[in-house]
Design a protein around this ligand. Structure first.
Ligand SMILES: [Zn+2]
Length: 168
């Protein structure tokens, strides 16, 4: 079942997540729920803390619609610089230019605990960095000016009120 996406700012989004040590059925269930939540929200990536679980788990979407399931990821290498317009499911409808590395090499575990390495570039590298940032407790708005960030924070407050009203 899809879970509600946590809206920024929320402590679960601004705190670093905990490494995964239990590669059991609970992890598989979480990954399934994350995928449903991501698809429902039409996202191209999602981190576990965006559905309220402070665990080092994320999904990174490929162009063909399939996803990398990344557990305990670490960025091993970074090179080049590129700027993309970036958005986030936890900061709905806000798009801002963010500079990231053009290429990254990432080491991660799959849901069985096996280690893998992947080299990504362009948009895919951007999504890897965005999701790994989430796991470290960072959201893309952290890269914006204080003024832009407070404007977005005001909009998110209004959005929270609207969402709450819909639920009540
Ligand atoms: Zn995000």
């Amino acid at each position: 079942m899809a879970r509600d996406i946590v809206i920024w700012p929320h402590k679960v989004l601004t705190s670093a997540t905990k490494p995964v040590t239990d590669f059991g059925p609970g992890l598989e269930k979480l990954l399934d729920e994350m995928l449903e939540s991501m698809r429902e929200a039409k996202g191209i990536g999602i981190a576990a803390n965006q559905v309220g679980e402070s665990l080092r788990v994320a999904l990174v979407g490929r162009e063909d619609g399939t996803v990398f399931e990344i557990v305990n990821p670490q960025v091993l290498e970074r090179s080049g610089k590129v700027t993309w317009e970036e958005g986030c499911l936890s900061v709905p409808d806000q798009w801002e230019k963010v500079q990231r590395y053009e290429k990254v090499k990432v080491r991660y575990q799959d849901k069985t605990g096996q280690w893998h390495e992947v080299a990504a570039e362009g948009k895919l590298a951007h999504v890897f960095q965005h999701e790994i940032d989430h796991l470290d407790g960072h959201v893309f708005v952290d890269y914006l000016s204080g003024l832009k960030r407070s404007l977005i924070q005001e909009r998110m407050k209004k959005l929270q009120k609207t969402l709450k009203r819909k639920k009540d």
